[in-house]
Write a protein that binds this ligand. Structure first.
Ligand code: ATP
Ligand code: MG
Length: 241
């Protein structure tokens, strides 16, 4: 699902270069659940942005879901961003003036320009996804009236709406208390187990990372030697790149 080879990334600010990623290589098989750890500033978010095709300014090869992201046309790139990968962040990034349901549907209004799909069908689909995350009863609520865990579950529902293959989570429980953290994490685990979603989750929390079947660490801009996908975790269709 993810194949990175010798990724280098340098940020240049005021003509000063910061060589953040220094030869990252990593392979993640379809259906894996991987924790990404590393000190603050080690480049975890930077790496996620490259995997999610939000950043194309790097050297090395990044193949995601069988596609060399750098070579994609604009059209293929937006399809990739809308359908192949989904993001969850520490801050939930919900739109406060829209209902829960509208927050889930919104990205698809943009993604589907020109495609069939009437509003009723989209609303029904959003309701089904919200049901999956346990929020069917909140479809009409505004984000401001939800708890942190509920907000993150809305963000997860929004991420799932287009049935992505890969879920990238950047400290998804960083803003939540420990009880809520566990519940949100269990939800992500269930999506991995039941829907075969490949999950890469950045976390600082050791007990959360230890629930993942594999922990990958970034040290000095590179992934410390990692055995690659463990055979024991080889679930549905594992082995593709
Ligand atoms: N847009 C940017 N422009 C310039 N430098 C950046 C940019 N984004 C990140 N950096 C720098 O790159 C380095 C890695 O940042 P990154 O956000 O990837 O770290 P991180 O591992 O996600 O850290 P944290 O755990 O604190 O979120 C840091 O030194 C940071 O200052
Ligand atoms: Mg970060």
């Amino acid at each position: 699902m993810i194949r990175l080879e010798d990724i280098h990334k340098t940020y240049v600010v005021d003509k000063v270069g910061n060589h953040v990623l220094r030869g990252v290589s990593l392979a993640v098989a379809e259906g894996e659940f991987v924790a990404l750890m590393g000190a603050s500033g080690s480049g975890k978010s930077t790496l996620l942005n490259i995997i999610g095709a939000l950043d194309q300014d790097y050297t090395g090869r990044a193949q995601i879901a069988g596609q060399e992201v750098k070579g994609l046309s604009d059209r293929a790139l937006s399809r990739f961003r809308n359908r192949t990968v989904a993001y969850i962040f520490q801050q939930f990034h919900l739109l406060p003036h829209l209902s829960v349901l509208e927050n889930v549907v919104m990205p698809s209004w943009f993604a589907r320009s020109g495609e069939a799909g009437d509003d009723k069908a989209l609303a029904a689909k959003a309701t089904a996804v919200l049901d999956k995350v346990g929020l069917r009863h909140k479809v009409r609520a505004r984000p401001g009236h939800l708890s942190g865990g509920e907000k993150q579950r809305v963000a997860i529902a929004r991420a799932l709406f287009n049935q992505p293959k890969l879920l990238l989570c950047d400290e998804p429980t960083g803003a939540l208390d420990s009880d809520t953290t566990l519940k949100v994490f269990e939800l992500i685990e269930r999506l991995n187990a039941e829907e075969g979603l490949t999950v890469l989750v950045v976390t600082h929390e050791r007990d959360i990372a230890e629930r993942c079947r594999r922990i990958v660490r970034i040290v000095d801009g590179a992934v410390v030697p990692d055995p690659g996908p463990m055979t024991a975790t080889a679930t549905a269709g594992a082995g593709d790149a």
